[in-house]
Design a protein around this ligand. Structure first.
Ligand SMILES: Cc1cc2nc3c(=O)[nH]c(=O)nc-3n(C[C@H](O)[C@H](O)[C@H](O)COP(=O)(O)O)c2cc1C
Length: 211
């Protein structure tokens, strides 16, 4: 298959959506937990979480347009600035997936999808108990992407919670140990397995691949 820009635009709506959502490869599966100032908890699946920098420790994610469709995650973050990002382990991908359903604000996806709210220290937003690797985040910036009405939400890590044995002495995290999962498109979940690890790539150390 080869498609140019015009052919992509002419694709049937759902097919275009699926192809373009799948084409970037495996994305991380994360649940974002929030709580309104009226104490209504919310949790939803997000695949657009991305590293933005390590000092300060910044993580971004893309929020879909907030116009006609109510986005409870967005509303809660705007109310108080706090949210959690929780890696989805493979055993809960089905529960995590159904958090994407548009339920009323008064219904907690935690209850509806069989997930457990977890409050750690004084952190305002709920973590997801079933997840092993999680971050407490504070909103720092919002960058509107004018062409399609999405928003890059920029947050700074306030709390980092993960099992000691997930991290090696250099700080690398073995994502397979706690069964972190990945997402292809908008509906397929993948397990992850390491293939290889390499040192920092210095030009003089590039192997001779011609042999
Ligand atoms: C696999 C998957 C990945 C998703 N990733 C995102 C995302 O990165 N950004 C986003 O705004 N919505 C994403 N969604 C949609 C949200 O989960 C959905 O809009 C949800 O209803 C938001 O919940 P809320 O209204 O409680 O905030 C994704 C949905 C699925 C199924």
């Amino acid at each position: 298959m080869q498609l140019n820009k015009v052919e992509i635009q002419k694709l049937e709506h759902k097919k275009r959506l699926n192809i373009i959502n799948s084409i970037t490869g495996i994305k991380p599966a994360n649940l974002i937990g929030t709580k309104s100032n009226a104490d209504e908890p919310n949790v939803a699946i997000f695949s657009s979480v991305v590293h933005l920098g390590s000092n300060p420790a910044l993580i971004g994610f893309i929020m879909r347009p907030t116009g006609e469709v109510p986005r409870h995650t967005y509303e809660n973050i705007k109310e108080n600035g706090f949210y959690t990002i929780n890696h989805v382990p493979s055993v809960i991908v089905n529960r995590a997936h159904y958090t994407s359903a548009k339920v009323n604000r008064s219904v907690s996806e935690f209850d509806r999808c069989g997930l457990t709210e977890e409050y750690i220290g004084n952190f305002h937003a709920p973590f997801v108990k079933e997840c092993h690797i999680k971050m407490g985040m504070k909103l720092i910036d919002e960058i509107p992407i004018k062409i399609n009405g999405t928003i890059m939400m920029v947050g700074e890590i306030q709390e980092l919670i993960l099992p000691d044995r997930a991290v090696d002495e250099k700080g690398y995290i073995d994502l397979s140990l706690f069964n972190s999962s990945g997402i292809g498109g908008l509906n397929t979940y993948y397990s992850v397995a390491p293939i290889a690890s390499f040192p920092y790539a210095r030009p003089e150390e590039i192997p001779d691949f011609s042999k």
